[in-house]
Design a protein around this ligand. Structure first.
Ligand SMILES: NC(=O)c1ccc[n+]([C@@H]2O[C@H](COP(=O)([O-])OP(=O)(O)OC[C@H]3O[C@@H](n4cnc5c(N)ncnc54)[C@H](OP(=O)(O)O)[C@@H]3O)[C@@H](O)[C@H]2O)c1
Length: 348
């Protein structure tokens, strides 16, 4: 069987490391290069990630699309602002691209400029880029040249509300999202805010109503509901390494109950290998999806306050980033969608 030759840029970071872990065991993929930034350039794989000993030794190369060789696919696991300029070069070198960063997610370059404070230098590619929330865009992925892999908060938030926005059950002007992320969501580079002594025994909200994932969530909510859909979004940093939990609140357009909503969600996600709708008496926990590409969702109706409540959990580094990127690779190259992603959750 011919394997897909892949390279990973930003391979020395957390999402890059997860890509290496998942792709090394993928039956139809072969990693042919690892590129990184200034901190880890020239270092060996086992020096940077001793837990990956056992995999073939490799040296992290500097980021250079000219060194893409015969890669079929380049994963960009770099901070925002890096892929924006180098993706056109990778495409020219004949690679498809799955960008784990935010650079190709927003369709309007002016919105990118407003939220990322940077001009988009490849606006012509934004229309072509497929937003890689696999469950919603599967039919556009086969053969795609560029996939904009969703952010972690958008993945958990959009999967939580897509069924009731698309079915017109949720009032689009009533959405509030309270989201919580483990510290790995902030990446591997050193930063005072994510030090052990700063985050342990602590809980804090950050960037209320101005987090950079807001325009991405609003873009997709608006497409689902068919009208402009603003969101009140407040993320929180939780003292755990991995995991993300979203609690979404909205008002229904008509009378509903928990059983009807659960049935609606089950119908919507019926054929999805990585989304599980829990029973009416169950609630998701981040530990139940640790290390997996799964999203678990529970939906409730609170008749006292006339509010729909949805709770969803993912592992931010897997379904929220690298696992979903591999899921997208599988669909782009028309391989079984679950290839390389069958792992069970770690527990406890
Ligand atoms: N962490 C998450 O949960 C998560 C979830 C979804 C999406 N994302 C997105 O995924 C991307 C990577 O996140 P991460 O958490 O893996 O970050 P990270 O741990 O900080 O790793 C970043 C990687 O990019 C490299 N890099 C930094 N600046 C570079 C430059 N100018 N040129 C080339 N390479 C450069 C770094 O290299 P050196 O270390 O060698 O300098 C490192 O390999 C980000 O855009 C992030 O928003 C992250």
């Amino acid at each position: 069987m011919k394997k897909v030759k892949v390279g990973i840029a930003g391979a020395a970071g957390y999402t890059g490391c997860e890509l290496i872990r998942l792709l090394a065991l993928h039956p139809q993929a072969e990693i042919i290069w690892l590129m990184t930034g200034k901190t880890n350039e020239g270092r060996r794989l086992h020096e940077v990630f001793p837990h990956l000993r056992g995999l073939p030794e490799r040296v992290f190369q500097p980021l250079d699309a000219g060194a893409a060789g015969d890669a079929d696919l380049a994963f960009m696991a770099t901070p925002h602002g890096v892929a924006v300029s180098i993706v056109p070069e990778f495409l020219e070198a004949g690679c498809r691209v799955i960008d784990v960063s935010a650079d190709y997610r927003l369709k309007d370059p002016k919105v990118y400029e407003e939220w990322y404070e940077k001009r988009h230098t490849a606006p012509d590619l934004l229309e072509e880029a497929v937003y890689g929330l696999t469950e919603l865009y599967r039919s556009r992925l086969p053969g795609a040249r560029i996939v904009a892999n969703p952010g972690c908060y958008p993945t958990a938030s959009i999967l939580a509300l897509a069924p009731i926005l698309r079915e017109g059950v949720a009032r689009p002007d009533s959405i509030v999202i309270d989201a919580k992320s483990g510290v790995s969501g902030a990446g591997r580079s050193l930063n005072l805010r994510t030090h052990f002594s700063e985050t342990t025994e602590d809980l804090q909200a950050y960037s209320p109503a101005r987090h950079r994932h807001i325009p991405e969530i609003e873009q997709e909510f608006s497409l689902l509901s068919g009208r402009k859909t603003p969101v009140t979004f407040v993320p929180h940093l939780i003292p755990m390494i991995r995991g993300m939990l979203v609690t979404a609140y909205c008002k229904p357009v008509r009378e509903v109950d928990t059983s009807e909503l659960t049935e609606l969600y089950r119908g919507f996600y019926d054929q999805e290998p990585f989304v599980t709708v829990l029973a009416e008496d169950e609630l998701p926990r981040t530990k139940d999806v640790w290390g997996t590409n799964r999203c678990e969702i529970a939906v409730r109706y609170d008749p006292r306050s006339a509010t729909i409540l949805v709770v969803s959990v993912i592992d931010n580094l897997v379904k929220g980033a690298s696992g979903q990127a591999v899921q997208n690779m599988n669909v782009v190259f028309e391989m079984p969608e679950t290839s390389g992603l069958e792992s069970l959750a770690l527990y406890p």
